[in-house]
Design a protein around this ligand. Sequence first.
Ligand SMILES: [Zn+2]
Length: 256
Amino acid sequence: MKYFIIALVVAVTLPFIVLKGDPMRGLYGDVDERSYLSGMFNLTKHPLFVNISTLDIDTDGRKHYLRRSTAEALKKMCDAFHKDNPEVRLYVTSSTRNYYYQKAIWDAKFDGKRKVDGKALNKSEPNHYKRALKILQYSSMPGTSRHHWGTDLDFNSLVNSYYEKGDGLIIYNWLRKNASRFGFYQPYTAGRKEGYNEERWHWSYLPESLLFLDRWMSCFGEDTSFFAKKGSFGGAEYADTLASVYVLGINPECKR
Ligand SMILES: [Zn+2]
C-alpha cells in the first residue's frame, strides 16, 4: 500500500514538475514557439509579460509590456541612470509589438499611406523588391522584428541626431558606457555592412534575446512562409531572401 501511494503521488505530480522545468515553457509560456517568435500572441495577457509602469519605469504615457525579467533589468538600469543624471528624463517610447501592429506599420509604408524619406513608395518605387529594401532601412517585415520578443525597447526619440547633443547625448554616452552592466546592448550600431540603419534608441536585453535570436533563425531562417499564412503583407514574396539578412545584420556583440 505504501508503495502504491508513493507511485500515485509521483504519477500525479510528475507532469507538473516536468512542465515547470520545461525550458520551452519558461521561454514561451503556453504560446507555441513559432507564434511567440513572430509576435502572434496576446502580450497584454501573457503571464511572462508585465506592464512596465507597474515597475515604475518611465514611459511616453502609453501602456508598454516587456518580459518580466527584461523589465526588472531595465528598471535597475533606469534607476542607475537617474542616480547619475537626476535632471535627465530617460523613458520608453516603444516596447513589445505584435505581428499585426508591425504589419500595419509595414503595409502603410508599402502602400504609400505613410511616407518613407518624404516619398509615397507605391508611386516612387513600383518594384516590390526595391520597395521592400527601402522600408527595411528602418522597419522590419511583420514576424521578423526583435520587438516581437519582449526583450527589446526604444528610448526617448527615434531620431539619431537627438543623441548628438543635450539630453540625448548624455543618454547615449551613458548607455554606451553602462548598459552592458545591466545586460542591455544596441543591436543596430553604426558601421554595419548589412541590416537596418543605425538606431541609437533601440536596446536589447541580451540574456534573453540571444536565445530568441537563435530560435528565430532555427524556425524561420530559411522559410518564412508561416508569416504570410497568418496575414500576408506587401513584398512577402521576398521575406525568405531578406528577413534573415536583417535579423542577423546586427552588432556582433548581440549574436555571440
Ligand atoms: Zn526599436
